[in-house]
Write a protein that binds this ligand. Structure first.
Ligand code: G3H
Ligand code: ZN
Length: 286
């Protein structure tokens, strides 16, 4: 069933695992991720960035497509459709009214007070609709769609500010930027685990780790032990899909039927997502 993230993340925090947010880029992603979740018996969060939502034809199209696929597949595991890095109150409202069950309001580039007041406004509307809300503090480096944060701008969240934001906004989960990056890492990721522990002790909502692509298993496990119960993955599925499609097109230069070259890409996304669900510990938890 289509649900908010609230309960699945609280269960994850309680039982020591994380639920994956896997981003959608087109219908093949929705197919691959829903199939993976059902086969792994795992709760799942379908992440939709504003750019990807637009690419797929708009938020309403995304919701209708996901609902139809879930009906077709007879999906039994909990599924949330979540706006990833919502940039404004208007965009969050649009997603909520289109049927999203969860939204992120990313006010991380604003001064603290402005981030808090914007997040409060979104929470007020979202909770009226039973929709969960994620907020962010600090700045996650790298690039996702139009969201670009260069090395100099990337910043670690300050624990006392995290406590203030979470207490004053009543968000359902919280993403403190602690050195993770959107897209591939340059070298080994250097996550701020000491600060993560501090934040965990100051706030009681589940924590979110963005930039899940390329984080070693030991760091994933450490993050989970420090209160992280949502991990976002996008680039890794894209790399797997592109590699598979490229291989088929290179091996068989004469094919043109999209089913023949996109199909293997979809299988590659599915395998990637299933691997992450096992790694995050959410398999067999639905
Ligand atoms: O918000 C989306 C995620 O943080 C994705 O990060 O593309 O590095 O896996 P990633
Ligand atoms: Zn992110």
């Amino acid at each position: 069933p289509l649900v908010s993230m609230k309960e699945m993340l609280e269960k994850g925090k309680e039982n020591g695992y994380a639920v994956g947010q896997f981003n959608l880029n087109n219908m093949e992603y929705a197919q691959a991720i829903l199939q993976a979740a059902e086969e792994e018996k795992s709760p799942v969060i379908l992440g939709v960035s504003e750019g990807a939502g637009k690419y797929m034809g708009g938020f309403k199209v995304v919701v209708a497509m996901v609902k139809a696929l879930m009906e077709e597949y007879g999906t039994t595991v909990p599924v949330a459709i979540h706006l990833d890095h919502g940039s404004s109150f208007a965009k969050c409202a649009e997603a909520i009214h289109a049927g999203f069950t969860s939204v992120m309001i990313d006010g991380s580039h604003f001064p603290l007070e402005q981030n808090i007041s914007l997040t409060q406004k979104v929470v007020e509307l979202a909770h009226l609709h039973g929709v969960s809300v994620e907020a962010e503090l600090g700045r996650i480096g790298g690039q996702e769609d139009d969201l670009i944060v260069d090395d100099a701008e990337a910043a670690y969240a300050i624990p006392s500010e995290c406590e203030k934001l979470v207490n004053e906004t009543n968000v359902d989960c919280f993403a403190p930027a602690l050195g993770s990056v959107h897209g591939p890492y340059k070298g080994e990721p250097n996550l701020g685990f000491d600060r993560m522990e501090e934040v965990m002790n100051l706030v009681d909502v589940p924590l979110v780790l963005h930039g899940g692509t390329g984080i070693p298993t030991k760091d994933i496990q450490r993050a989970i032990s420090l209160g992280t119960s949502k991990i976002n993955v996008n680039t890794e599925s894209q790399i797997a899909q592109a590699k598979a499609v490229r291989e088929v097109l290179n091996e068989k230069p004469d094919i043109y039927d999209p089913r023949k070259y996109l199909g293997p890409g979809t299988e590659a996304i599915k395998a990637t997502v299933k691997g992450k669900m096992k790694e995050f510990g959410s398999s067999q938890q639905a």
